[in-house]
Write a protein that binds this ligand. Structure first.
Ligand code: LLP
Length: 429
């Protein structure tokens, strides 16, 4: 369920017309529905209400402070993968005891920061990282609570760039070496073993790979028990897919039922790290058509949003449904919707039927709440878009549009370039 609907042919987010926001805030801009965000979080979280669990929203999907604050207020924790994400989570007031920290390349500075904040646990991805965290915990005079991220070697049947639980992926510790890795962890003075962690990929549209991974993890937990290593947290990662086009992913309650059936008798607190399923369909990217251009082979619609704003189509060939902000009876035309960036990979849609877009019209790129703004960049020196959160009949700019000043704020011209000198090859004579 989401709150982006037409009323009298005008697209609304909750009770606010998108056009009003676009005219006031400018485009491109991301618009998030607070009601949808809250609803998705609650639906996911309450699917596990009968068991001890913690829903740690995956910050990378959409890292805006307002979004984090909302989930924190609903009882959510956070899954982070960098010091920067920890800083965001803490700035949004998320209690440290609800934060888990994944990622293959944690630096000493990041480890120290997380130890100081006293987060719930590190999800450790290699034996060298285990040693590093043990060492830093010793230096800081604390114990580091940890889970080992296990790579169960399961094919999640998703885009190869976002599959993470196969042998060939860089993530986690191979399930074949898991027992000995835990035995090593047990011997380390500054490490406290808390759990087992596993995340096999993103945008999964079936339950089977989750369950296959879980079966393997379950066997591991039994073996650990036999070896005297008790586990109190089982972190099952994120990965549940959403509808972009015609996918039919399991609903959170179906996902929960299958998982809970498989876990009967496992006395762990469950942790989940959902990202996309909560924010994906709670946000859109609004863009204005600048020009249209007909060539013998293509009809191009050139918009003011580009691959720097939403990279998913260029990077993964992802589909995002696109609809006009003002619905019309115009005939459908097959177009490529492209941005102003100087790359042929700069497109938001290819060979898409749209009602003959014309300059000045606004288009809504749907399902852009996850991995949209958070993957955006300044490529081609384009200021990043504004982000807006709508709640009922009100809206708030939760991140200002960047300015040209912002683009150069951190740069310095070295003195040796400031000395005036002859300019070569200029002028006509
Ligand atoms: N936990 C870990 C350790 C992760 O690496 C991820 C996502 C998640 C949780 C959240 O997964 P989700 O529930 O959102 O599927 N940029 C790509 C997706 C990359 C996913 C990276 N890891 C995209 O736009 O499709």
């Amino acid at each position: 369920m989401h709150h982006f609907q037409y009323k009298d042919d005008e697209l609304y987010c909750e009770d606010v017309p998108i056009r009003a926001i676009a005219e006031e805030v400018g485009t491109p801009c991301y618009i998030y529905s607070c009601a949808t965000l809250g609803h998705h979080f609650t639906v996911f979280d309450s699917a596990f209400k009968d068991v001890s669990h913690l829903t740690c929203y995956s910050v990378k999907a959409n890292s805006n402070l307002a979004v984090l604050k909302l989930f924190g207020s609903l009882g959510g924790g956070m899954d982070i993968v960098s010091g920067g994400e920890l800083y965001r989570a803490r700035t949004a007031g998320i209690p440290a005891e609800r934060i888990v920290y994944s990622g293959v390349g944690k630096t000493v500075q990041e480890i120290d920061y997380a130890l100081r904040e006293n987060i719930l646990m590190f999800n450790i991805e290699s034996l060298e990282e285990l040693d590093a965290i043990d060492k830093r915990a010793g230096v800081n005079g604390v114990k580091a609570r940890i889970a080992l991220r296990i790579n169960p070697d399961i094919d999640p049947n998703t885009h190869p760039y976002i599959s993470t639980g196969m042998k060939k992926n860089k993530f986690g510790i191979s399930i074949d070496n898991a027992l000995s890795a835990y035995q090593k962890a047990r011997r380390l003075k500054n490490i406290e073993i808390m759990g087992v962690d596993c995340h096999i990929g993103s945008q999964l549209t079936e339950v089977a790979p989750f369950i296959d991974a879980l079966k393997r993890i379950r066997v591991l937990i039994e073996r650990l028990g036999q070896a005297g290593i008790e586990i109190c947290y089982l972190d099952l990662g994120g990965g549940l897919g959403i509808v972009y086009d015609h996918e039919a992913p399991p609903q959170p309650h179906e996902y929960a039922e299958s998982i809970l059936k498989e876990l009967e008798g496992v006395p762990c607190t469950l942790i989940f790290e959902p990202g996309r399923v909560i924010v994906g369909n709670a946000g859109i990217l609004v863009t204005k058509v600048l020009y249209t251009k007909r060539t013998p082979s293509k009809n191009f619609v050139i918009a003011d949003a580009a691959m720097n704003d939403l990279v998913r189509p260029s990077l993964y060939g992802s589909y995002h449904f696109i609809q006009p902000v003002k619905r019309s009876e115009k005939a459908t035309e097959i177009v490529d919707l492209v941005g102003p960036i100087c790359e042929s990979s700069d497109f938001l849609a290819k060979d898409r039927g749209l009602p003959q877009p014309a300059g000045g019209e606004y288009l809504a790129v749907m399902s852009a709440g996850a991995y949209g703004f958070s993957m955006s960049s300044n490529y081609n020196s384009r200021p990043r878009a504004a982000e807006v959160m709508v709640s009922g009949g009100r809206y708030f700019v939760v991140r200002k549009r960047e300015s040209w000043d912002d683009l150069v704020r951190l740069e310095n011209i070295p003195e040796f370039l400031s000395v005036g000198g002859p300019l070569h090859g200029q002028g006509c004579g």
